[in-house]
Design a binder for this molecule. Structure first.
Ligand code: PAF
Length: 279
């Protein structure tokens, strides 16, 4: 596995891969890799000649200093995991390498960013777009891999690609869940064993709500989910929205597009997100 720390070295490698006609898959990450990342890596390996995994805890997408400080980091374990799973190239830049100057790009995603994470974490998606667009440029990826758990992030990145005609295909992969149903996330590592045992309730509550979709209206489902969470004092729901899966705007009844429920919930000082498809 090749490890690059500078854009110059990565670009030279990408240039020669392109000259050889190789296809490149990009797996952008912030490290603290888990089984969810590995499932994306497997898919990327199936689809491409070469896979580049980037590891960079992107400070400009954090709207909360404490969250940035506490974000789990274990670069040695990440490298070992990528090596064992036959990743071809890992790009691990420093903050100075990515941002020699404070970034000034300003993106506008309209209504897509005026709901849910966009409201709860001001500036977050602008920060995501800044790093993701730069990574697309440097890696010249043919395909880039993202997990469906970050449902709104995926919609934003697809819109970024559309707005700037970036020649990359966005491949969205299903949520990878632990055996007990908890969606894989680097943040799960911060849960105490006791709270980790409680965390699968998030998926269970959403799944139960989906089993009622034939009998209840979407607003009843919303009420059902909120009242279920109230039974557990350890959970604090930040938002639960039932939205159109294309526009991300809240819906009260099914229209032409699919319908998903998106949730952000605090447990043990850790912010977890998940989603559930209703239609
Ligand atoms: O989903 C993430 O881990 C991050 O938002 C991403 C896409 C790697 C950008 O920093």
């Amino acid at each position: 596995m090749l490890i690059y720390e500078t854009i110059k070295d990565l670009s030279a490698c990408v240039e020669s891969l392109k000259q050889e006609g190789k296809t490149i898959g990009l797996l952008p990450t912030m490290g603290a890799l888990h089984d969810g990342h590995l499932s994306l890596l497997r898919r990327a390996k199936e689809d491409n000649d070469v896979v580049i995994c980037s590891i960079f805890v992107n400070p400009v997408q954090f709207n909360n200093e404490e969250d940035l400080k506490k974000y789990p980091r274990d670069i040695e374990a990440d490298i070992a995991l990528l090596e064992a799973n036959e990743c071809d190239i890992v790009f691990i830049p420093s903050e100075d390498e990515i941002y020699p100057e404070p970034p000034t790009e300003k993106y506008n995603f309209g209504e897509l960013e005026q709901v849910m994470e966009g409201v709860a974490r001001p500036g977050h998606f602008n920060g995501v777009a800044i790093i993701v667009r730069r990574l697309f440029d440097w890696t010249k990826a043919d395909n880039a891999y993202f997990g469906e758990k970050d449902f709104q992030q995926v919609a934003i990145i697809k819109d970024l690609v559309r707005q700037y005609s970036i020649p990359v295909k966005i491949v969205v992969c299903p949520i990878y869940r632990d055996a007990d149903g908890l969606a894989s996330s680097s943040r799960n590592k911060r849960l105490s064993p006791e709270k980790r045992a409680l965390a699968p309730k998030i998926h269970q509550i959403l799944l139960n709500s989906a089993s009622c979709v034939a009998d209840l209206s979407l607003s009843q489902i919303k009420g059902f989910v909120m009242s279920d969470f109230k039974m557990y004092k350890d959970f604090k729901v930040e938002y639960f929205e039932i939205v159109d899966d294309v526009t991300l705007q809240p819906v009260m009844q099914k229209g032409a597009n699919g319908v998903v429920g998106c949730i952000a919930v605090w447990l043990d000082g850790v912010r977890l997100i998940d989603m559930q498809r209703y239609y």
